[in-house]
Write a protein that binds this ligand. Structure first.
Ligand SMILES: Cc1cc2nc3c(=O)[nH]c(=O)nc-3n(C[C@H](O)[C@H](O)[C@H](O)COP(=O)(O)OP(=O)(O)OC[C@H]3O[C@@H](n4cnc5c(N)ncnc54)[C@H](O)[C@@H]3O)c2cc1C
Ligand SMILES: NC(=O)c1ccc[n+]([C@@H]2O[C@H](COP(=O)([O-])OP(=O)(O)OC[C@H]3O[C@@H](n4cnc5c(N)ncnc54)[C@H](O)[C@@H]3O)[C@@H](O)[C@H]2O)c1
Length: 464
């Protein structure tokens, strides 16, 4: 990573129109667009311009998954088209992550792109010291027009006895790996945990997922959790659910994780147990926010208070790159006085890139019930659809629809299956635009696509 260099030319003028604190996907977008629009913008980041997604998150993980899925598809030849034997090698994708995705974790290109628009970049840790002021490297900077907080999240490390003293990995370490570990324990069966569990298992690691909740992907529909758990187990992953880790130790070569009813040992341990926003360290109190809060509270146009906007993971509206970019668009329009439409969160799409992909939009059945809605629920099993049956090997999946029966619109949907994230596209439109279920039923659904399974699920909608 480039060296910390807080005191540089960027601070020579200690005022700017806009200060952007955190240059992840959302912050970089706001800073670059406003600089392009002619505003004097200072962007600050303590790590890499681009943030979590390109260097430690979405992009390297999806490259790894693409490679791991190629192995799995090749193995399916044995079911469908003859015989194949596969010898996994992490080398090519590890190289791709270093060279193509992260430029060896160097953000020179991104910094130059911002500076070429007239932006001033400071590498350092910024602290809020008022609604128009940020301090970085001991230097106070003042914003004439706006402070934008886009500081994202960092990996949370649960206070499990012994854990902090061990050489565990987080998502900030694992993508630099050039060989799969012989065995890998993963603390947390959320999106990061399950995606990486399956990918490393496909490259030959012996993987154990340790999840405190009673199921992996606990925020998703139970049907989705079940199908993904079965898929992981078929790949050889052991899942310990309902198993909060009680103690962790490392003897110099092996991790031991004590669970209530057993011990797990592994060569490596990945902690993927959620994220933290560190609002106290950020100086949230200086803008009137309780530093004990988990997220920064925002209104419809992402204002925290007069002159201060926040966007991305730090707002708690969904820790996704697409959320950060969506909110960035609103912040940009608001700062430029273009009267943006307020943010809407009723149709937040999310895709966990396991094989099968597990995708969802809007409310789960349980969330809809908690809102007191009268529901109709419709389920179609992907293997029973025409395309799922044709697909055969690797066809596990489900499409589940949640209808607000009084409004006659879908308020939530889940699509698990091959290309489940792509199938979600149609469902996201339906939930976002509140397309009447009657209109969806009247559509022509191309045969034999995976998305035609939505028509089957619509037919199965029934009162709960
Ligand atoms: C392994 C993994 C896989 C993921 N996969 C996906 C995916 O497939 N799809 C998807 O949509 N999302 C995915 N995500 C989530 C996605 O990466 C985040 O939602 C997204 O990066 C958030 O963007 P952001 O703009 O809020 O901030 P971030 O990307 O978190 O960037 C914040 C920046 O602020 C900087 N910063 C923080 N505090 C300070 C400070 N005090 N001073 C200076 N700088 C500071 C940080 O260094 C960082 O560069 C994944 C995440 C992980 C970890
Ligand atoms: N494909 C995607 O869009 C994608 C992929 C990866 C990450 N992300 C984003 O990144 C965020 C963070 O991912 P994550 O997987 O770290 O968080 P997460 O919140 O999704 O899952 C963390 C899991 O760890 C478990 N856990 C917490 N403490 C534990 C303990 N002591 N012992 C055992 N289990 C414990 C929790 O119960 C939870 O299931 C996600 O919420 C998601 O928004 C998105």
């Amino acid at each position: 990573m480039p060296q910390d260099n807080a005191v540089n030319d960027a601070t020579s003028t200690r005022e700017a129109d806009v200060i952007v604190l955190g240059m992840g996907p959302g912050g970089e977008s706001v800073a670059g667009t406003l600089a392009d629009a002619g505003l004097d913008v200072v962007g600050i980041d303590e790590r890499l311009v681009g943030g979590e997604c390109p260097y430690y998150g979405c992009i390297p993980s999806k490259m790894l998954i693409r490679a791991a899925n190629a192995l799995s598809e090749a193995r399916r030849v044995n079911d469908l088209a003859g015989s194949s034997s596969v010898e996994p090698d992490l080398g090519p994708v590890a190289l791709r992550i270093r060279e193509e995705a992260t430029d060896y974790w160097d953000d020179r290109v991104a910094v130059e792109r911002f500076e070429s628009k007239g932006g001033r970049f400071i590498r350092g840790t910024g602290t809020l010291v008022g609604t128009d002021a940020v301090q970085v490297g001991g230097v106070p900077l003042t914003a004439r027009k706006a402070v934008v907080i886009a500081t994202g999240t960092a990996p949370a490390v649960p206070p499990i006895p012994g854990l902090a003293e061990t050489p565990f990995w987080t998502n900030r370490d694992i993508f630099a790996v050039e060989e799969p570990p012989r065995s890998l324990a993963i603390l947390g069966g959320g999106a990061i945990g399950v995606e990486l569990a399956q990918a490393f298992a496909r490259f030959g690691s012996e993987v154990t997922v340790i999840e405190a909740a009673d199921r992996i992907l606990a925020a998703d529909e139970p049907e989705a959790s079940r199908i993904v758990a079965q898929a992981l187990e078929r790949d050889g992953v052991s899942i310990c659910a309902g198993a909060p880790a009680q103690e962790v130790s490392h003897d110099g070569s092996v991790f031991t994780i004590s669970l209530p009813d057993r011990m797990v040992t592994a060569e490596r341990l990945l902690v993927a147990a959620g994220r933290t926003t560190r609002l106290d360290e950020l100086g949230a109190a200086s803008i009137g926010v309780d530093p004990g809060s988990r997220y920064l509270p925002t209104d419809g146009t992402l204002r925290v208070t007069e002159g201060v906007w926040a966007l991305g993971d730090v707002t708690g509206k969904g820790a996704f790159t697409h959320m950060s970019m969506y909110q960035a668009g609103i912040v940009i329009q608001d700062i430029l006085g273009q009267g943006p439409r307020p943010a809407e969160y009723h149709a937040v799409p999310r895709v966990t890139f396991t094989d099968p992909e597990s995708a969802a939009v809007g409310l789960t059945e349980q969330q809809a019930r908690e809102q007191g809605l009268r529901l109709r629920v419709g389920v179609a099993r992907v293997p029973s659809t025409a395309r799922g049956w044709i697909h055969k090997s690797g066809n596990e999946g489900v499409i589940k629809l949640i209808e607000d029966a009084d409004a006659g619109v879908l308020v939530g949907a889940t699509s698990v299956g091959p290309h489940g994230g792509e199938v979600l596209g149609a469902l996201a439109v339906a939930v976002h635009a509140r397309v009447p279920v009657a209109a969806l039923r009247g559509m022509i659904w191309a045969y034999p696509t995976f998305h035609r399974g939505i028509e089957d699920a619509l037919r199965h909608l029934h009162d709960e």
